[in-house]
Design a protein around this ligand. Structure first.
Ligand SMILES: *Cc1c(COP(=O)(O)O)cnc(C)c1O
Length: 386
């Protein structure tokens, strides 16, 4: 099977992890801060806090921004469920903003309309989680122009967008957002096996997230409610979690980061080749955002005839092409239907979903494998059209 996404592990990665295994610390040693500092420097963020997944980083972002019962969080229905679940962990309500059916990104028009309506009904969200689907950065300046008058905090779910750039700054520099979340799951841009990171320019938010990822405990006397009892002393100030990344994972992430640029260059070369090889087929091909560079986490094609998507998908899978669908609209998941959402609530998202297939795209995909993907797709589309 040629997978849609896959990690690339070199002997350098293995050596970096092995070195940690024989060192003094398997966790909470020097590698986690080294990885955090390297990521912060790379994207131009003031602070970085590593977590054991993007999901836990999203949860802590919501807590640090004060999301609680009675509050609302909005996000895109075309995302992984974690973008919405973070609100439910805080007992807050979730709602969705419909997408642009061409790109699958949140529609600015839909956002503007929904904000106006919510303002009238005094039901504005506290947080909006913006999703940079496929590694294409949303126009954050435009999003912020709409949300700033209402004081809504923006959280960027940049799980797909490590190394993406908006034309002025890297995603993660948080020019318009409170914070940005990265994922280091093996199918993403770089991996630490499991892992995620919280990026921000705000010291207080970073300190809050750092405390919450480790049980709500502080060892900083400046944050304590009474004088320290001695060098052993710590205080639990809040109900936190164990959401820490290990040093083994951080060593892998740090080693991978040195190859991020080459990963993205290879992804761009593969995308260019797909664009040429597929242009004659009855498909809508994805396009780059007008500014900056995409990290091209996913290559999502759209079939003109959505009634044939399942058949084409099955033919690709049967021929050993590990295609996938990103994503099933979150509001249609049974859990969200139980909360009152229905099919039909977000028609553009549902239209997008009905047409899409993600083709294999990852740095170790060879030219030959890519050609094989194209040939199988050509055949599948020809067969199903007759
Ligand atoms: C992968 C992903 C997540 C979750 O990442 P984990 O590190 O697996 O928790 C969240 N949001 C989006 C958009 C993702 O693609």
């Amino acid at each position: 099977m040629i997978p849609y996404g896959r990690q690339q592990i070199t002997s350098d990665d293995i050596a970096a992890v092995s070195a940690v295994l024989t060192s003094d610390f398997l966790t909470q040693g020097p590698m986690v801060p080294a990885f955090e500092n390297a990521m912060a420097a790379y994207v131009g963020a003031g602070y970085a806090v590593a977590c054991n997944s993007a999901t836990s980083a999203l949860h802590l972002a919501c807590l640090a921004l004060g999301l609680c019962e009675g509050d609302r969080l909005w996000t895109s229905p075309i995302s992984f469920v974690a973008s919405a679940n973070c609100a439910r962990y805080c007992q807050a309500d979730v709602d969705f903003i419909d997408v642009d059916a061409q790109t699958g990104l949140i529609s600015l028009d839909a956002l503007a309309d929904k904000l106006q309506d919510a303002a009238r009904r005094q039901q504005l969200p506290k947080i909006i989680v913006v999703v940079h689907l496929a590694g294409h950065s949303m126009d954050m300046a435009a999003v912020a122009a709409l949300t700033a008058p209402y004081g809504i905090a923006l959280v960027e779910d940049a799980s797909h967008a490590v190394g993406a750039h908006d034309g002025v700054a890297f995603v993660g520099a948080c020019r318009y957002s409170a914070c940005t979340i990265f994922s280091f799951h093996p199918v993403k841009l770089i991996t630490s096996a499991e892992g995620g990171m919280f990026m921000t320019q705000t010291r207080e938010l970073a300190e809050k997230v750092m405390q919450l990822r480790s049980h709500g405990i502080t060892r900083d006397t400046a944050h304590m409610t009474e004088p320290s009892h001695g060098a052993w002393y710590y205080q639990q100030l809040d109900l936190g979690f164990n959401y820490r990344l290990t040093d083994m994972q951080a060593a892998l992430g740090l080693s991978q980061l040195t190859r991020l640029e080459s990963f993205i260059q290879r992804r761009h070369a593969l995308v260019q080749r797909y664009q040429q090889l597929l242009q004659h087929l009855p498909l809508d091909l994805p396009s780059q955002p007008p500014q900056g560079r995409s990290s091209w986490h996913l290559y999502i094609i759209r079939l003109h005839d959505d009634t044939r998507r399942a058949v084409v998908f099955d033919q690709l899978r049967q021929a050993g092409i590990g295609v996938n669908v990103h994503y099933i609209p979150i509001h249609t998941q049974p859990y969200y239907q139980q909360l009152g959402f229905c099919w039909g609530d977000f028609p553009q998202a549902e239209q997008f979903y009905s047409q899409i297939i993600s083709l294999p795209l990852h740095p170790s995909l060879s030219d030959d494998e890519q050609l094989q993907v194209v040939q199988v797709l050509e055949r599948a589309l020809a067969v199903t059209s007759t």
